[in-house]
Write a protein that binds this ligand. Structure first.
Ligand code: PLP
Length: 471
């Protein structure tokens, strides 16, 4: 990385910002005191795969912001459509039968691209409220068909479904439950399809069979008449990029059908080319009853999420309610015209702009690097699909033992990778997550791994880490 030569004026301006941040800004999912001590890394600009902070430090973003900036930073064509839409019509409500052209076109485009049968869209502001909206619609649906006792939801351990009051209970990460009185009594979790840590090892058929058996057992325990839906990510992102075997999603879809429960597939991370195809469901020929989307929908250029609803659900809800009564679910910014115009341009870039193709191409190099990293003394497992992947560190490759949490592997790696000039996601459980933009070039991919490997070598040089690994 370059030597940073900031002027005294810039330095004092930046110090002022840091202080204001400490005093007033609550950051998502951070320890309040921990953040005050750490301070913010204040980002200022971005171009392609690169971010620059207020001190002029340039870093390679291998995590697309928060697995969302799939098209990369600095896309002028997006800025232009956003400015043009803002000039023409910056806001239009969807209430009272009003509409706007970008939202209508986007709903059409999404239903055209989505798996067969998902013909209706409700727009949200992001992923959490997309999941929350899907939960509300599912509750409404079962009341509408006269099965009000079907209210229990089953999700996966290590799953993440946002941080809304209900969605955070489907999430199965302790940080989102602790102190928030979650999960709720109607929210349940079954074991994650985690091949590296599955009792039967990397046996794909066994991993799939045990998930199906666990779902059936949980439904039997709760009573099929009481279960509304099963909810899952096709690849579990925030739990540590856990990649189920191919065929897993389809097997779970079949199990849901057999059990008479709905399936909600949360593609907030996996959508929009992240794993190769436009949606991960496509690769498994799965059409869920609900699909939630966000992140890559606008590539992070503006907030927006979506719930795709199957035609049979829509028709049932529509027929059940008297025409004089509204279905009481709505947000001021649902179908926001600027976000929708941005999403349409982002979708164009994925398709006509060649980004899906580039993502698939670069995904091959990504997979090669992940495979190579297995040789590193700290690496127990690597996994990935498309441009979504992870490296899992262990203290002992044989026993797959992790690290004492007191060693704070996540915090150290976050500092080391930042020093090396690359941003990756450093999970607390010693997993490093990658989600580079679909625009990533081969040489940028090489640079990412060069820097991450450097950080891992530096971690291994630390005496207490060396002692923990016995290397
Ligand atoms: N669902 C999944 C699978 C996610 O990964 C996320 C965010 O990372 C969410 C839901 C929540 O989305 P948001 O942070 O936009 O509310």
């Amino acid at each position: 990385m370059t030597d940073l030569q900031t002027s005294p004026i810039t330095r004092s301006h930046n110090q002022g910002l840091l202080e204001l941040d400490r005093r007033h800004l609550i950051h998502p999912v951070t320890s309040f005191r921990g953040h005050e001590r750490h301070g913010a890394r204040i980002l200022q600009s971005g171009e392609g795969m690169w971010l620059t902070d207020v001190d002029g430090r340039r870093v390679l973003d291998a995590f697309a912001g928060l697995w969302c900036v799939n098209v990369g930073y600095g896309r002028e064509s997006i800025v232009e459509v956003a400015a043009e839409q803002m000039r023409r019509l910056p806001y239009a409500t969807g209430y009272f039968h009003f509409g706007n052209e970008p939202a209508i076109r986007l709903a059409h485009e999404l239903t055209r691209l989505a798996p067969e049968g998902l013909g209706h869209v409700y727009f949200t502001l992001g992923g959490s409220d997309a999941v929350d909206s899907a939960i509300r619609y599912i509750v409404h649906y079962f009341n509408a068909i006269g099965k009000p006792q079907k209210k229990h939801f089953i999700a996966l351990e290590w799953g993440y479904h946002g941080s809304s009051s209900n969605g955070a209970g489907l999430t199965a990460l302790a940080n989102f439950h602790r102190g928030f009185d979650l999960p709720r009594p109607w929210q349940h979790h079954i074991a994650s399809p985690y091949p590296y840590r599955h009792p039967e090892g990397h046996d794909d058929a066994a991993v799939i069979a045990s998930s199906v058996a666990a779902l059936k057992a949980k439904v039997a325990e709760l009573g099929a008449d009481n279960v509304a839906a099963f909810c899952c990510e096709p690849i579990q992102g925030s739990g540590g990029v856990i990649v189920p075997p191919r065929g897993w999603l389809k097997a779970l879809r079949q199990a849901c059908d057999e059990l008479g429960i709905l399936m909600l597939v949360d593609e907030v991370i996996t959508g929009f080319g992240r794993t190769g195809p436009m949606f991960a469901c496509e690769a498994e020929d799965v059409s869920p009853d609900f699909m939630t989307l966000a992140k890559g929908l606008t590539s992070g250029y503006a907030p927006m999420g979506a719930v795709l609803m199957a035609d049979h659900i829509y028709e049932t809800i529509a027929d059940a309610a008297p025409e004089s009564l509204p279905i009481g679910h709505g947000f001021t910014y649902s179908g926001h015209p600027v976000s929708a115009a941005i999403a349409l341009e982002v979708l164009r870039l994925y398709q006509e702009g060649g980004l899906l193709e580039n993502g698939e191409r670069t995904g091959i190099r990504f997979a090669q690097h992940l495979e190579r990293m297995r040789e590193h003394p700290l690496v127990g497992d690597t996994r990935g699909r498309g441009l979504l992947g992870a490296i899992e560190l262990v203290s002992d490759k044989g026993s797959k033992a992790g690290f004492d949490t007191a060693l704070d592997i996540g915090g150290r790696l976050s500092a080391l990778t930042w020093e090396k000039g690359v941003i990756v996601r450093c999970f607390g459980n010693a997993v490093i997550g990658f989600a580079p933009a679909l625009s990533c070039t081969s040489s940028e991919m090489d640079m990412i791994f060069d820097r991450v490997e450097g950080a891992l070598d530096a971690l291994l040089e630390m005496p207490d880490i060396r002692a923990a690994t016995g290397c």
